[in-house]
Design a protein around this ligand. Structure first.
Ligand code: PEP
Ligand code: MG
Length: 320
């Protein structure tokens, strides 16, 4: 079985009836081992830039960041690298940055909200990313977007103008997108799709906020239901809105790398899944075994039964 799965690593990701699904890689560093995954994937669907900050004992400079972003961009060029801006706070802290003490850090000043509070940190990262953009195909993604204002407040255009004034080159076609991981923004997918170039659904946080279950708290794991019918309904809704708007939408949370859930996501209309390297062969294999109409039928079903029933049904029908 292990060997059979491994064989799928460099196979083209196709459903049984030949629909091409795009498979992305989630990366948490730019080490050569990690970037080797570029050979087996179509794009880097989630570059978690926090690692750069967490491994450093000081705020990484523009230059330091640029060098790292460049590595990923060169490796994937001309294929896209989706660089997520700093997602700190919640469970992740930095020794050199004093974060506010909060009762509920996951509901507090996290990610984009911290960047709005510390514009110099945000600006440095955007400058580094834009400067690196000349080496490949850069898509910049904002985490924890909760409203239209959050999109408008991102200083992307401002930083581009600043670089223009300084005669510093960047690729003109850099895309700006968001993570859909706060239910409030998933529910206005039609409105946000008009404002941005692309989006990616972060199912880890989407599930945490949708089910009101702390993703880090082992005492409530049973309530963290990523197969909750509301998850599938909401993802299906977002997929339809982005399809209508003609903008790319991917899934980059754990659900996308789950071989049982991946066909459901495709059935809901998602055509781009990004995941850790370990999931790539098992997901490619899972997709190859079902036709699109079969996936659509499963996707219909799981929107109308409980999470427990979905788990049992998917395991019974497709786990092996
Ligand atoms: C997510 O929330 O699903 C996600 C991909 O981001 P992270 O797990 O880094 O919060
Ligand atoms: Mg998240």
């Amino acid at each position: 079985y292990q060997n059979q799965v491994k064989e799928y690593l460099d196979k083209e990701p196709l459903t049984a009836d030949g629909e091409r699904i795009s498979i992305g890689l989630n990366i948490g560093s730019v080490s050569p081992q990690e970037l080797e995954g570029a050979r087996y994937t179509d794009f880097a669907g989630l570059f978690r830039s926090e690692f750069l900050y967490m491994e450093s004992d000081h705020l990484p400079t523009e230059e330091e960041q640029m060098v790292q972003y460049k590595k990923a961009l060169l490796e994937y060029a001309p294929r896209p690298v989706v660089l997520r801006t700093l997602d700190i706070g919640g469970d992740k802290t930095l020794s050199y940055l004093t974060l506010p003490k909060e009762e509920n850090p996951f509901l507090g000043k996290r990610a984009l909200r911290l960047c709005f509070d510390q514009p110099q940190v945000f600006r440095t990262q955007l400058r580094a990313a834009l400067r690196a953009s000349v080496y490949g195909n850069l898509w910049i993604m904002l985490p924890m977007v909760g409203s239209l204002e959050d999109i408008h407040k991102a200083i992307f255009e401002e930083v581009k103008e600043e670089l223009d004034r300084e005669n510093i080159p960047y690729a003109p076609q850099v895309k700006l997108g968001i993570m859909i991981e706060i239910p409030a923004v998933a529910m206005i997918a039609d409105l946000v799709a008009k404002e941005i170039d692309f989006a990616s659904i972060g199912t880890n946080d989407l599930c945490q906020y949708l089910t009101a279950t702390d993703r880090m708290n082992p005492a409530v794991t049973e309530y963290y239901q990523s197969y909750h019918p509301s998850m599938f309904r909401l993802i299906g809704y977002a997929a339809r809105q982005f399809e209508q708007a003609g903008k790319p939408l991917s899934v980059c949370g754990e659900l996308g790398g789950d071989p049982l859930a991946a066909p459901v996501l495709v059935g809901l209309g998602i055509r781009k899944l990004s995941m850790n390297i370990g999931s790539v062969p098992i997901v490619k294999r899972a997709l190859s075994r079902l036709t699109l109409p079969q996936m659509e039928a499963i996707a219909q079903q799981v929107q109308n039964i409980s999470a427990g029933e979905t788990a049992a049904y998917l395991k019974e029908s497709f786990a092996d």
